[in-house]
Design a protein around this ligand. Structure first.
Ligand code: PLP
Length: 400
């Protein structure tokens, strides 16, 4: 029987020195060789259990990478100093000058800016598409396309990508499907559904403490080895290496991911339903009126809910501008970007994390200044949080 992601992490055992229940942190940038032959051998190809230099790999990063590979059910994985480090290295490893990417237009603003502003300097062109419209995706593919790129649930409009159908297109045109699964770790397993490469910002749910920045790429062994190649690996040569002390703390936090995802999802579902009952426009893939509700149910792993991300349309930019600081003052949570924290976080994506996306594209996808993105926290009494939100909605005049 196929093991569930939470069980795979639960069963991953690494003993520390002296039998410790946590792996010991190897606090070394470089590693010794016992013979000259071994040194040459390790530089030529990877040898299990042998390390050369921490920018390439070190034991603690290896343990975290192994746990992430178990999370995503991929044969291998590699950790990075940030989600952007993972995204840029993964896509550069697949695309060279003259190649093209077909990307969803509703991706994290940093990813959009990377593809739109940086990659053309390297001769890589990106065609942005409505990822829900498979005909549009297919029409954007050219003989030069090497990558189809999307987020499992898009940021912040929460559209659900049809990963199995996108994989069929990738196979038809001989390109790779790269999926950012930051919003739905454990809930959706993109590799099982057809993605070739899965990327994450570990900064968000997987770490869950808002005290660290990190990223990972999960894929087959060949691709992960190519990232680390001493002559041609983008991870090895651009150098966005995670620090081993940080890898240790993220690994420890990751073990409670399934409990946290259940609570984030439970709270987000409760608030979404309540806001919808008040007659407001709420976007949440767990609501029956979400355009991809059925698809989401087909793709998701059972028992973890629909994630903690909720998008609310508060009708005007002015209301959004008043509501965000007011909710912070009223102890709903923090007026801050990012997601996956124990506290509820809320922000205005068009003025922050998606501001890199041009205004005409934002308007086209409905991401106006009145859109507020919530990452619901681990609140013990979510009814209390809802009452606080409701009070603010009355105070700003959205509810009468
Ligand atoms: N992917 C998504 C969906 C994100 O929301 C973010 C950051 O907000 C990133 C990638 C980039 O991750 P990082 O900030 O860890 O570089």
């Amino acid at each position: 029987m196929e093991k569930k992601p939470a069980n795979r992490i639960q069963d991953y055992l690494v003993f520390g020195e002296f039998g410790g229940v946590n792996p010991s942190i190897t606090d070394s940038s470089t590693f010794t060789f016992l013979t000259s032959e071994k040194m040459s051998e390790i530089f030529e190809h990877e040898i299990e259990g042998c390390y050369l230099y921490s920018r390439h790999m070190n034991p603690m990063n290896h343990f975290l990478s192994d746990a992430l590979a178990l999370l995503e059910n991929t044969p291998s994985a590699h950790v990075f100093a940030s989600g952007m480090g993972a995204i840029s290295c993964a896509t550069l490893q697949l695309c060279h000058s003259g190649d093209e990417i077909v990307s969803s237009r509703t991706v994290y603003g940093g990813t959009f800016a990377l593809f739109k502003n940086i990659f053309p300097n390297l001769g890589i062109k990106c065609n942005f598409v409505d990822i829900i419209n498979l005909d549009e995706v297919e029409k954007a593919i050219t003989p030069r396309t090497k990558v189809i790129y999307c987020e499992t649930i898009s940021n912040p409009m929460l559209e659900v990508a049809n990963i199995p159908e996108l994989r069929k297109l990738a196979d038809k045109y001989n390109c790779k499907l790269v999926v950012d699964n930051t919003f739905t770790p454990m809930i959706i397993s993109p590799y099982n559904l057809g993605a070739h490469v899965v990327v994450h910002s570990l900064t968000k749910y997987i770490n869950g403490a808002s005290d660290a920045v990190g990223g990972c790429v999960c894929a087959d062994k060949e691709f992960i080895s190519s990232l680390k190649d001493v002559n041609s690996g983008y991870s090895m040569l651009l150098g966005p290496t995670m620090d081993s002390l940080r890898a240790a703390s993220i690994l420890k936090n990751m073990r409670t991911l399934h409990v946290r995802m259940q609570q984030h999802s439970k709270n987000a579902m409760f608030i979404s339903r309540q806001l919808q009952e008040l007659g407001l426009r709420v976007i949440y893939p767990g609501l029956e009126n979400h355009p991809q509700f059925e698809l989401m149910n087909k793709l998701m792993n059972p028992g973890l809910g629909y994630s903690g991300m909720v998008t609310l349309d508060v009708k005007t930019d002015e209301i959004a501008a008043k509501l965000l600081p007011m909710m912070q003052d009223n102890l709903v949570g923090y007026f801050a970007v990012s997601l996956g924290f124990y506290k509820t976080l809320f922000s205005s994506p068009s003025h922050s994390t998606s501001s890199e996306i041009p205004e005409d594209v934002r308007n086209d996808i409905g991401m106006t200044g009145s859109i507020v993105r919530f990452s619901f926290g681990l609140d013990f009494e979510i009814e209390r949080t809802f009452e606080r939100i409701k009070e603010c909605l009355y105070n700003v005049g959205l509810l009468k």
